[in-house]
Design a binder for this molecule. Structure first.
Ligand SMILES: Nc1ncnc2c1ncn2[C@@H]1O[C@H](COP(=O)(O)OP(=O)(O)OP(=O)(O)O)[C@@H](O)[C@H]1O
Ligand SMILES: [Mg+2]
Length: 260
């Protein structure tokens, strides 16, 4: 007798013919024109494509920051179109973490206070002591436990992005959405941040990341390319690079250059 077929795992994200049309005055912009795809738990996906191809629009819908104008989006089986504002806010807080190109940290607020911020909006409420404990834990995870009381202006770009990643992690999300997280960083710092994302992905967090740099996409497990609001290719990345190896190679190259 043959073994029973394994039950198909429910995808974390399921998009069915998703569209987004903006109406500004007389003008209609079809930013996303029918995207159908599934993303399973544990994936690390890069979304690429030319400027204006609809990447951020798609990400905003994935993050429940913006509603689709057509099609369906199921997040962990829930059709987000059926949820009200309060339910959406809860879903975002419970399941999603966000990382942006420009870090979006509060300038007059210390690293740890920035990281604690999402925990001010949890239901049930999180006590001040627990908020601090979890923020410290998240900052340890990104390697910045020694910068708790620094303001963003005293931190490098890479450190600021690590704080932003800690803020995304503090609510223990299943899915991290990142729009050009390395867009403002130099090459080494970018690889470093990709290393952190690979670590998080290895620990089970699903990551969807927009990047326009091919080099950065090589650290992801799957690469989706958009053009004019549509997916034009979607492939597993068979030659995925490990950031730790790339950083070691960079170190060696620099040492050699100094010796020469
Ligand atoms: N709020 C908005 N109102 C009207 N049109 C918009 C809005 N946001 C985006 N668009 C339009 O939708 C299209 C897709 O924009 P989107 O920001 O998703 O592109 P992108 O792929 O993220 O580009 P980039 O690489 O430059 O960030 C563009 O034509 C843009 O002008
Ligand atoms: Mg964009």
């Amino acid at each position: 007798m043959s073994a029973p077929a394994p039950a198909l795992a429910k995808p974390l994200l399921h998009l069915q013919d998703l569209t987004k049309t903006y109406h500004t005055g007389e003008v209609e912009v079809k930013a996303v024109r029918g995207v159908t795809l599934e993303i399973q738990r544990g994936e690390f996906v890069a979304i690429m494509g030319a400027s204006g191809s609809g990447k951020s629009t798609l990400m905003n819908m994935l993050g429940c920051l913006d509603q689709a104008t057509g099609g369906a989006y199921l997040l962990d089986g829930d059709d987000v179109a059926t949820l009200d504002r309060r339910q959406l806010a809860m879903l975002r807080n419970r399941k999603l973490g966000f990382v942006f190109q420009s870090f979006n940290l509060l300038a007059r607020t210390t690293a740890i206070e920035n990281v604690e911020l999402p925990l001010l909006y949890t239901m049930p409420l999180t006590s001040a002591k627990e908020r601090r404990r979890r923020a410290v834990e998240a900052l340890e995870r990104v390697g910045l436990a020694n910068r708790l009381d620094y303001h963003p202006s005293r931190l490098s770009g890479g450190q600021q992005q690590r704080i932003a990643i800690a803020r995304a992690l503090v609510s223990q999300p299943e899915l991290v959405l990142a729009d050009e997280p390395t867009g403002n960083l130099d090459t080494r710092t970018s690889i470093d941040i990709m290393g952190l994302f690979q670590e998080l992905n290895d620990s089970g967090i699903t990551i969807v990341m927009v990047t326009h740099e091919l080099d950065i996409a090589t650290y992801c497990k799957r690469v989706i390319v958009m053009r004019d609001g549509k997916v034009i290719s979607d492939n597993a990345n068979a030659e995925r690079r490990r950031a730790t190896e790339a950083l070691a190679a960079l170190d060696d190259a620099e040492k050699e250059a100094n010796v020469a």
